[in-house]
Design a protein around this ligand. Structure first.
Ligand SMILES: Cc1cc2nc3c(=O)[nH]c(=O)nc-3n(C[C@H](O)[C@H](O)[C@H](O)COP(=O)(O)OP(=O)(O)OC[C@H]3O[C@@H](n4cnc5c(N)ncnc54)[C@H](O)[C@@H]3O)c2cc1C
Length: 292
């Protein structure tokens, strides 16, 4: 399969991920347009070469071995367009960029996301959320490629979203191309102040000085938050290889320097097992293993 016709192609390169695991991919493809992405997907159906979509790499745990397929980055899908309070945004745009861009257009609604290294595609996929505000709050619709390779637009109400999940996380075969949000009017100075406050809170409570991928596990509903369960069991500081449960935040695993994907996997499995044995609680993973 000649991949060069589907966009800018790189070979044997690292897979961007915020854990800074040193896994790489045989091919990294940056389609220049959604047509190129569609053309790749059509040909992929005949060859069955494995592929996956990479957003900001901030919620995944990759393998240490080279991925034998095509990692696709949608960084060229980066348009933002405005019509009054409606904002059309393509899935490769970073949520932090969109946050600042809408503020410049005197809108508000993404201040909560200013510390989250996600793309819009990744944020919609997992319905990223902080400070009780979720990605879906101001979302109106999403346009995506479905498994039959049709381009489909669905309203927010049709996308079964919930706490750190959405239709896209449940049905992994769809590729998010773009979204439309409807943001309220805002005042720039107030938004910037809120961002500063949020930033301060994150620095105080999260181990941002180390590579991580945010919260490892979901919080059990109506129960003690995961960080507290881990703290109360004395599991903070547990280390396997280069992976360690942060002393600052019990729901963060950090890479202390040379963590492999396997170290992180082993630490997750060990911690989940101890929590289950000692409390009966079955922790649910929020991060996602990209295995091969
Ligand atoms: C320091 C730090 C703080 C964080 N804080 C928070 C927080 O407060 N709240 C929160 O919710 N999360 C947080 N996270 C986790 C993470 O940023 C979010 O889960 C984010 O939404 C992941 O987006 P991403 O673009 O990095 O996706 P990736 O990690 O690249 O991918 C995640 C999944 O989405 C899929 N995907 C990505 N783009 C598309 C697309 N266009 N179409 C279809 N599938 C796609 C990928 O294939 C993968 O399965 C934090 C992470 C870090 C490192």
């Amino acid at each position: 399969m000649n991949l060069e016709k589907f966009g800018f192609l790189e070979e044997h390169v690292p897979i961007k991920n915020t854990y800074k695991i040193k896994g790489q991919t045989r091919y990294l493809l940056h389609p220049k347009t959604k047509e190129q992405l569609l053309a790749f997907l059509k040909e992929q159906k005949n060859t069955n070469i494995p592929y996956f979509i990479l957003g900001g790499g901030s919620n995944i745990i990759i393998s240490d071995e080279e991925y034998p397929g095509v990692v696709i980055e949608l960084d060229n899908l980066n348009k933002i367009e405005y019509q009054d309070n409606f904002v059309y945004v393509e899935s490769g745009v970073k949520i932090q960029k969109l946050c600042m861009d809408i503020i410049d257009h005197n809108l508000k609604g993404l201040e909560w996301a200013s510390g989250i290294p996600a793309t819009i595609g990744g944020a919609i996929y997992g319905n990223a959320e902080a400070y009780k505000t979720e990605t879906f709050k101001y979302l109106k619709s999403v346009t995506y490629i479905d498994k039959s390779l049709n381009i489909v637009t669905k309203k927010k109400e049709e996308l079964s979203y919930g706490y750190r999940t959405s239709f896209f996380k449940e049905k992994k075969e769809n590729i998010i191309l773009s979204a439309v949000f409807l943001f309220p009017n805002g005042i720039k100075e107030e938004s910037l102040k809120l961002i500063e406050e949020r930033k301060k809170r994150r620095i105080e409570s999260q181990p941002l000085e180390y590579p991580s991928a945010g919260s490892v596990w979901r919080n059990p509903s109506n129960e003690t938050p995961t960080w507290k369960i881990i703290e109360e069991l004395g599991l903070k500081g547990t280390q396997i290889g280069g992976a360690k449960i942060s002393l600052k935040h019990g729901n963060f695993i950090i890479n202390t320097g040379n963590a492999t994907g396997n170290d992180i996997r082993n630490l997750i499995q060990y911690t989940s097992r101890v929590v289950k044995e000692k409390t009966g609680i079955e922790l649910k993973l929020e991060q996602e293993f990209k295995d091969w």
